[in-house]
Design a protein around this ligand. Structure first.
Ligand SMILES: Cc1ncc(COP(=O)(O)O)c(C=O)c1O
Length: 410
């Protein structure tokens, strides 16, 4: 090996955690038990397609109270599997929220379907059922509800609409694991399909990962086939009788959307901690509410308001989006975010309405300009403050927010 290709000696491992100067808006919580679970899986015979995968699916199904759970490589893959298993395709439309992550819509484009963006409630940012009803047409095949920030959408109203029209209801529950709607867990069989993400900022993580939940076992079978190259494993469904034990059939275009055993081992360990994660998020939200109320006042005239509380549902507090009347406070969001960052507080905006993005605008065509005053009002005010189980500086965040909002007036 020539000298310049010789590998440099590895630097000694740095055991001390790097100093965290800025609180992120979200982050994972990894315990010694999580690490041990992954290490054990790493020493097992099968690193993928092994026993951790079905164990994680079984445990998730028990947690959700929904029997048909398929884990996969991301929430985006889960959306793609959901749309594909429900056989959405060219000529079909879904209706969803403009206040969501790009993947909710782009996974529909992956199956050749198009997307209509309804309006949202300006306070919660969740789909407004009336607006969804106004957009339903002959090509509409599914309503995709997003539980923004962890607060369940109006599931019963949307389900009634879907039933009336003979179309599917799908939950994009990537923000919603652990939330309840009228006492029922989201992604727990309220809809024809529901999708979860295990990205590190979500309630539980597998590094990257996701899951899709179906009401109908046929849809689950389709998702499992599509996750694994379109391979049909059930001899009863093959085109001919099996010539031997090696035999299987590829029956359609599939993907490699599998989740490894390492990831599933982490997912199982994280799922065991989910009650604690949810309790921490609830406590942090309560602390925020009290601190924000004390600092900025309460009621409809308050210039900084915590996320809405809705009586018949419990948020999973994936995000903590506050509504700030920047104009009334004589400032703007960019200045406030920069000032918060200088004070060590990371924030984010969830979300830029999708029709604002060039790609989604182009795909939407003339529909992009359809009026969505609720979405624009929500977007104008929203700012996500840090929330994650290991966060312990809520008072600092609220003080930093107050200082940042006052800054231009000094
Ligand atoms: C609402 C929503 N849907 C879908 C996704 C996609 O999930 P993933 O990042 O696991 O692909 C996300 C991720 O942030 C999301 O927030």
């Amino acid at each position: 090996m020539s000298a310049h290709l010789a590998r440099k000696p590895a630097p000694p491992p740095d055991e001390s955690p790097s100093p965290r100067t800025t609180l992120p808006y979200g982050r994972q919580s990894i315990s010694d038990e999580d690490v041990a679970a992954v290490v054990a899986a790493l020493r097992a015979d099968l690193l993928t397609c092994g026993p951790q995968v079905s164990a994680f699916e079984t445990e998730l199904a028990a947690w959700l109270g929904a029997p048909h759970v398929t884990v996969c490589s991301s929430g985006t893959a889960a959306l793609h599997l959901a749309y594909a298993a429900l056989e959405l395709g060219p000529g079909d439309e879904i209706i969803t929220s403009p206040i969501t992550f790009s993947a909710t819509a782009s996974a529909a484009y992956q199956v050749g379907a198009s997307v209509r963006f309804a309006d949202v409630d300006p306070v919660t940012g969740n789909l407004a059922p009336d607006s969804v009803a106004a957009l339903i047409g002959p090509r509409t095949r599914a309503i995709v509800a997003v539980h923004l920030a962890g607060l369940p959408a109006d599931l019963d109203e949307l389900a009634a609409l879907a039933r009336r029209e003979g179309i599917y209801l799908i939950e994009d529950a990537c923000h919603g694991l652990g939330a309840t709607y009228r006492g029922r867990p989201v992604a727990g069989g309220n809809a024809d399909a529901a999708v979860l993400s295990f990205h590190p900022v979500k309630h539980i993580t597998t590094g990257e990962g996701g899951a899709v939940v179906f009401r109908d076992p046929g849809h689950q079978r389709a998702a499992q086939r599509l996750r694994h190259h379109g391979i049909e494993r059930d001899p009863a469904r093959w085109s001919r009788s099996s010539p031997g034990p090696w035999y299987h059939e590829v029956v359609e275009q599939g993907f490699n959307y599998r989740l490894s055993d390492l990831a599933c081992a982490l997912g199982r360990a994280q799922l065991a901690r989910l009650p604690w994660f949810l309790a921490r998020r609830r406590d942090l939200a309560a602390t925020y509410r009290a601190a924000i109320g004390a600092r900025f006042g309460t009621g409809p005239d308050a210039k900084v308001r915590p996320p809405a509380v809705v009586a018949d549902r419990e948020s999973a507090h994936h995000l903590f989006p506050v509504a700030i009347d920047f104009a009334a406070l004589g400032t703007d969001r960019s200045r406030v975010m920069t000032s918060l960052a200088a004070r060590g507080v990371g924030t984010q905006v969830h979300y830029i309405p999708l029709p604002h993005h060039p790609f989604h605008r182009k795909r939407a065509g003339a529909h992009a300009a359809w009026p969505r005053p609720g979405a624009e009002a929500y977007y104008a005010r929203t700012l996500s403050l840090p929330i994650y189980p290991d966060l312990d500086r809520v008072d600092h965040v609220v003080e930093a927010l107050a200082d940042s909002l006052m800054e231009p007036c000094r």
